[in-house]
Design a protein around this ligand. Structure first.
Ligand code: ADP
Ligand code: MG
Length: 707
């Protein structure tokens, strides 16, 4: 059980980075304070036992009971049926998804703590998919916190890490108050309460974040946001006063013209327009700060290549940074194909940098970058490591900027010589609604590609219940017979990666079996591969490459199909448990198909809850996907469904992004007003304290927001 011991042992910070630790880092959990501020998503009350006799219909309760019967029923849907009994009554537990480990724990005679929603009907008491564990040791003393987590990070692990961080932070007085707010508990007390609430605290107040402890956190968060924006505004004013310089890329357009001549297509009008906007900026001696937004498949890469060509022709170097290696390699392949022959005639080359590169190759690349021979450098964040020295960097292009942190952007600025700043071009397929763009990125210029290249057949999107899987498998067989390829995406839900991996593995096996099944139309030569986060990077790459070469026809994967993967022969995307995905994510995934001339389709498989319903938000998301393939319309609907606070969600990097405060709530707007008034006074009166406060709240590794 998850009791909070009176004197918890502080887990030492281990040295070797395990998978779990990398996952923590990915969540931005590095410093003790990051852990202390990583707050529960929800709570489970496991502090007491309810007698079955006293449990009301529809109530979520914990019972202590002994298993009296356990069997697998295969009438209708296959299910595990378990009968348990306490001193007062009997209850049926039903599981539709179950594994051998379930059956072992639920063996006859086992005494268990079982937690779930109780149903009373004529047939008696029952629970569907309850959680359970052996009834050993003591019951929890406090409410059990459930933390936001990610792939490869079990609740137990993250819980221990968070509590350790909280304890260390409070022992080192890192939780001291910036501002006293008279009617609210201190930060330290608030955090203690939120991580370890005693049973008398109202779960409802915790979950809707109206509890005073939550208000303290929201006030502090908003204060940090206001302080950092104020600080950034003052910095920018200072920079403007100093008239920042950048290398002007002016002159000959012969490289651009050569590049245009070898492209297998004509630019769209939108591509031409944004290219002109960017070209004009690059020719100036002041740094460009521009966002290039355009839907998935709108052709941003070629615009980036043209911007690079302009700078290279003017005698400078360019860096193209991408968030993942798979993406980096794809860009590399395409850009090399286009640019390398042209650069070669000028004695220049393209360099490639990645974290997993062999030392020798890396040394060669670094030398070329330092000498200036490498006119274009493509890579992951390896580019911004301190060992990389550019001879004359003029342009930095960042693809899928929403996955890049502020710190990385700032680090790039430091790569230029003297008092020069490089031009910055950020590319994103997740359009930011105009009103938000203006309030959040005040000094960012935006170019928009609002048109897809011609000749694309629109993607047809269908939704279907998970029970229709067999029909979907038939569709897959049809596509394969037509020589096409297929993606099948299984979700990773955050709380139970192990179970999801089992699901993905089962789907993989089921598809393999189906393709051998004669009644399905057998296609034994088709190859199905499984891709998930536990597969090491080199093996992942090999699978992706095999898929690109059509040596693999069906790719089953958890969401690791990286943004930007380009396999035009893939014409069908199946997304399982589509109701669990966010709208932007669904749109990104769908964008993997419809890249060639053949008609493409996307099937969204959804599962309903026990009462056969789909939540309103999930329904709205699926409907939006069926209604439109326009990324801007999708973004607009997403905003409607989620509200602005969530749209720029916690996961997006950047100081302004709020994790806890929700500006659609009136009381949080009041805290915003308070923070707006408090920030300037604090920054003037106690600049050190203001700085400390911002650092506490900024995600690890980032620094003052420059954009
Ligand atoms: P994204 O904006 O998602 O990064 P890409 O740059 O990867 O899109 O382009 C998607 C595909 O469209 C690529 O195969 C690219 O070569 C092709 N493409 C880009 N521009 C055009 C165009 N004007 N006409 C036809 N195909 C194009
Ligand atoms: Mg792209």
């Amino acid at each position: 059980m998850n009791t909070a011991p009176a004197t918890p042992s502080i887990p030492a910070k281990p040295h070797a980075k395990t998978h779990a630790q990398r996952a923590l880092t990915k969540l931005g959990l590095v410093r003790d304070i990051d852990f202390a501020l990583h707050l529960p998503l929800r709570y489970e009350d496991e502090t007491h036992i309810t007698a079955l006799r006293d449990a009301r219909h529809g109530e979520t309760v914990q019972i202590e009971a002994v298993v009296t019967q356990s069997s697998i029923q295969s009438r209708g849907k296959r299910q595990l049926m378990v009968t348990v009994r306490d001193q007062t009554d009997e209850c049926q537990l039903r599981f539709f998804n179950f594994y051998p480990s379930h059956q072992r724990t639920l063996a006859v005679g086992a005494s268990l703590w079982i937690r779930g929603e109780l149903k009373r009907s004529l047939a008696g008491l029952s629970m569907l998919h309850p959680s359970f564990k052996p009834a050993v040791g003591e019951l929890a003393q406090v409410l059990t916190a459930v933390y936001p987590t990610t792939a490869g990070l079990p609740q137990g692990y993250i819980r221990k890490a968070v509590w350790g961080g909280l304890l260390r932070a409070s022992q080192r007085s890192e939780l001291s108050e910036t501002v006293v707010i008279s009617h609210l508990p201190s930060l330290a007390d608030s955090l203690e309460l939120l991580h370890h609430p005693t049973p008398d605290v109202s779960i409802a107040e915790l979950e809707d974040k109206s509890h005073p402890a939550w208000q303290r956190l929201k006030a502090e968060e908003l204060l940090a946001q206001q302080l950092s924006q104020l600080q950034a505004r003052r910095e920018r004013a200072k920079m403007r006063a100093h008239a920042l310089k950048a290398p002007p890329a002016q002159g000959d357009v012969s490289l651009i013209n050569q590049l245009l001549a070898i492209l297998p297509f004509q630019l769209t009008a939108a591509q031409e327009r944004v290219q002109r906007e960017i070209a004009a900026d690059l020719a100036l001696a002041k740094p460009m700060n521009r966002l290039l937004q355009g839907d998935v498949g709108s052709g941003k890469t070629v615009v980036a290549a043209l911007a690079a060509a302009q700078c290279i022709e003017a005698g400078f170097q360019c860096a193209l940074m991408v968030p993942t290696e798979i993406l980096a390699q794809q860009h590399f392949a395409k850009l090399v194909g286009w640019l390398e022959p042209l650069l070669a005639t000028r004695g220049l080359s393209v360099a490639w940098l990645s974290g997993t590169q062999k030392a020798k190759e890396r040394r060669e690349m670094l030398a070329k970058i330092e000498s200036g021979e490498a006119a274009l450098v493509v890579g992951t964040h390896a580019i911004i490591q301190s060992k990389v020295t550019f001879a004359k960097l003029a342009l930095v292009i960042v693809d899928e900027q929403h996955r890049f942190g502020v710190a990385q952007r700032l680090a790039l600025k430091e790569k230029t010589q003297g008092d020069m700043y490089p031009h910055l071009l950020m590319m994103s397929a997740t359009p930011i609604p105009r009103t938000l763009a203006m309030s959040y990125y005040a000094d960012l210029d935006v170019s928009t590609i609002d048109e897809l290249p011609p000749g694309r057949t629109p993607i047809i999107t269908k939704i279907a219940r998970m029970t229709k899987r067999d029909e979907v498998v038939r569709r897959i067989v049809d596509q394969l017979k037509a020589g096409r390829q297929v993606y099948w995406v299984c979700p990773l839900i955050e709380e139970s990666e192990a179970v999801d991996l089992v699901n993905a593995t089962e789907t993989h096996e089921a598809l393999q079996a189906a393709l051998k099944n004669v009644s399905m139309g057998a296609l034994p030569s088709a190859k199905v591969e499984l891709l998930h986060s536990k597969i090491p990077t080199p093996a992942k790459k090999a699978i992706m490459q095999a898929f690109e070469k059509n040596e693999v026809q069906v790719l089953v994967s958890t969401t690791v199909i990286e943004v930007g993967v380009d396999v035009p022969n893939a014409t069908l995307m199946v997304i399982e448990h589509a109701e669990r995905f966010g709208l932007a994510q669904l749109h990104q995934l769908r964008g993997r198909v419809g890249r060639g001339l053949a008609a493409s389709a996307c099937v969204l498989l959804y599962a309903t809850n026990e009462s056969g319903r789909l939540g309103d938000a999930a329904k709205a998301r699926l409907k939006a996907m069926v209604d439109t393939t326009d990324g801007f319309e999708i973004a607009r609907r997403d905003l409607d469904i989620r509200g602005p606070g969530e749209f720029l969600g916690a996961r997006q990097s950047g100081a302004q992004m709020l994790r806890f405060a929700d500006l659609s709530k009136p009381e949080d707007q009041d805290w915003l007003k308070w923070a707006q008034v408090t920030a300037p006074t604090l920054l003037d009166a106690k600049p050190d304290m203001a700085l400390k406060h911002v650092e506490r709240w900024l995600p690890s590794g980032s620094s003052f927001m420059g954009a």
